[in-house]
Design a protein around this ligand. Structure first.
Ligand SMILES: *[C@@H]1O[C@H](CO)[C@@H](O)[C@H](O)[C@H]1NC(C)=O
Ligand SMILES: *[C@@H]1O[C@H](CO)[C@@H](O)[C@H](O)[C@H]1NC(C)=O
Ligand SMILES: *[C@@H]1O[C@H](CO)[C@@H](O)[C@H](O)[C@H]1NC(C)=O
Ligand SMILES: *[C@@H]1O[C@H](CO)[C@@H](O)[C@H](O)[C@H]1NC(C)=O
Ligand SMILES: *[C@@H]1O[C@H](CO)[C@@H](O)[C@H](O)[C@H]1NC(C)=O
Ligand SMILES: *[C@@H]1O[C@H](CO)[C@@H](O)[C@H](O)[C@H]1NC(C)=O
Ligand SMILES: *[C@@H]1O[C@H](CO)[C@@H](O)[C@H](O)[C@H]1NC(C)=O
Ligand SMILES: *[C@@H]1O[C@H](CO)[C@@H](O)[C@H](O)[C@H]1NC(C)=O
Length: 409
């Protein structure tokens, strides 16, 4: 055999292997929902006349139309229209009667970034379990004077709550044991959900029976379900600022108008403003470095916004930027690591800062959940994005970010 013949055979073999992998992928994914993965005209025709598709394209009533119209007018939700998400179902989930999952926080349960991430996970779990989702945050004080339901009524009251069969869940992982536990909750009416992390989250993605509900009934494909993609969708469906804090944000936003807004979240950890906070190593020079960086990259007429856990940094920024600095009045306190009274006073500013960051054109983050989740609510989250991680580094996409939060810099 000549060299060329051998080469030819190898190429043929290579192609055959590639083709086999390709076909098996198609077969694998098409087992989820044939109607969604119908690539051939013959089966398209079959499905287009079947009852499934008639349900899907059924004439939507005026209530549903108004929901879709409202969604279309919220820029952060609008971006999900191309994901084939079933908004109508998501806003009115199917639920079994008298079955609830209540995200509960009546003692320290994390900062705002950490909490909202857990709320998003809990909401998705409630969908899978066909339970009405409620939120009861009373630590450090109720959030209901700042936030109200946007599309999903998480503030209902349950009648005769004490008479219902209930349990409180503190720990939940993705193990087989915990999966079996979740499945066995069927006869419990109320789940008080106080789980401290998202260790169970992969159940939603990789347990076929769970994923099927999210995919088929709610149009949440696996690629949409990764937490950094789905976060803003669920957060916006759940929460809306009440009119008083909203008018505060609007007032400040008016000053931005068409000007460029550069922002930073400077979280330094334990400091005189937050004496009970944890000590973060390697953030000693973050205060001056981040502010100098913002000065370096901004033009003299651009606006600045600094969210920080230190009053010292706030006043330093005021000295550096003077009238260019936008600020939200209120006291600076970590909502989870201060006394209840002080933390409660700090809650409003914390939440307003979170909303303010969504208006930023340039953002310098800390390695913090608050930074990250506030940033994903920007219209273009990965544009002009930097992180302070032992110096300032640029981030160009979600994959890029994954290297920073828990790993080394
Ligand atoms: C479609 O639904 C109707 C009733 O709603 C039923 O009579 C019919 O058999 C269904 N057709 C198919 C193909 O399932
Ligand atoms: C939730 O509802 C779906 C659709 O009716 C059903 O397939 C699923 O088994 C239900 N799950 C639970 C935990 O009740
Ligand atoms: C829930 O929030 C809505 C919107 O703010 C409000 O109209 C309603 O009264 C609240 N329900 C309860 C039970 O607090
Ligand atoms: C919310 O929690 C508070 C305090 O833990 C409790 O008094 C209240 O009844 C709860 N509300 C609901 C609707 O569960
Ligand atoms: C609540 O309990 C009372 C007393 O047992 C009962 O009369 C009433 O019907 C219950 N309400 C609901 C909504 O179940
Ligand atoms: C939850 O897990 C922690 C350790 O991860 C353990 O100390 C605690 O007792 C567990 N709580 C419950 C209610 O199982
Ligand atoms: C920045 O932080 C360091 C210690 O971490 C402190 O010595 C210095 O005074 C701070 N600078 C400003 C301007 O706040
Ligand atoms: C700001 O610019 C100066 C001069 O170009 C440079 O020396 C300094 O390192 C820059 N600082 C930061 C934090 O980028």
């Amino acid at each position: 055999m000549s060299r060329y013949q051998r080469l030819y055979i190898y190429m043929l073999l290579g192609f055959a292997i590639w083709f086999l992998i390709f076909i098996s992928q198609i077969l694998y994914f098409s087992t989820f929902s044939t109607s969604d993965y119908c690539w051939f005209s013959s089966c398209k025709k079959k499905f287009s006349v079947s009852n499934i598709s008639r349900q899907r394209h059924r004439i939507i009533n005026s209530n549903e139309k108004s929901i879709l119209a409202r969604i279309h007018h919220q820029p952060l939700l609008q971006r999900y229209e191309s994901y084939h998400v079933n908004f109508v179902r998501l806003t009115k989930p199917r639920t079994s009667p008298k079955k609830y999952l209540i995200y509960t926080c009546n003692q320290p349960c994390g900062g705002w970034g950490d909490r909202t991430r857990k709320i998003v996970g809990a909401y998705l779990l409630s969908l899978v379990l066909n339970r009405t989702f409620l939120i009861n945050i009373t630590w450090p004080c109720p959030i209901t004077h700042l936030l109200e339901p946007n599309f999903i009524n998480w503030n209902q009251t349950i009648k005769n709550l004490s008479k219902l069969k209930h349990t409180t869940i503190y720990n939940l992982s993705a193990s087989d044991n915990d999966y079996r536990e979740v499945v066995s909750w069927t006869d419990i009416d109320v789940i008080f959900f106080k789980v401290k992390d998202l260790a169970y989250y992969s159940l939603l993605l990789w347990r076929d029976d769970f994923y099927r509900v999210l995919h088929i009934h709610y149009g949440l494909h696996r690629s949409t379900l990764f937490i950094h993609t789905v976060f803003t969708l669920v957060y916006e469906l759940l929460f809306k600022l009440k009119s008083h804090p909203q008018s505060h944000i609007d007032e400040i936003s008016e000053k931005i108008h068409l000007r460029h807004l550069s922002c930073a979240h400077i979280r330094i950890g334990k400091n005189p403003t937050n004496p009970n906070d944890v000590v973060f190593p390697k953030r000693e020079r973050m205060n001056t470095t981040v502010i100098e960086f913002l000065k370096n990259i901004s033009k003299s007429n651009e606006l600045m916004f600094i969210s920080t856990d230190s009053e010292e940094i706030q006043s330093y920024a005021r000295k550096q930027f003077r009238s260019r600095l936008l600020s939200i009045d209120g006291i600076i306190r970590h909502i989870d690591r201060s006394g209840k009274k002080l933390a409660c006073d700090g809650l409003e500013k914390t939440i307003l800062d979170f909303y303010m960051i969504s208006r930023c054109h340039t953002m310098v983050m800390s390695k913090s959940a608050f930074s990250f989740w506030a940033n994903t609510r920007r219209l273009k989250p990965y544009e002009n994005l930097y992180i302070y991680c032992d110096g300032i580094k640029q981030i160009r996409g979600p994959g890029d970010y994954d290297r920073y939060p828990y790993g080394r810099c």
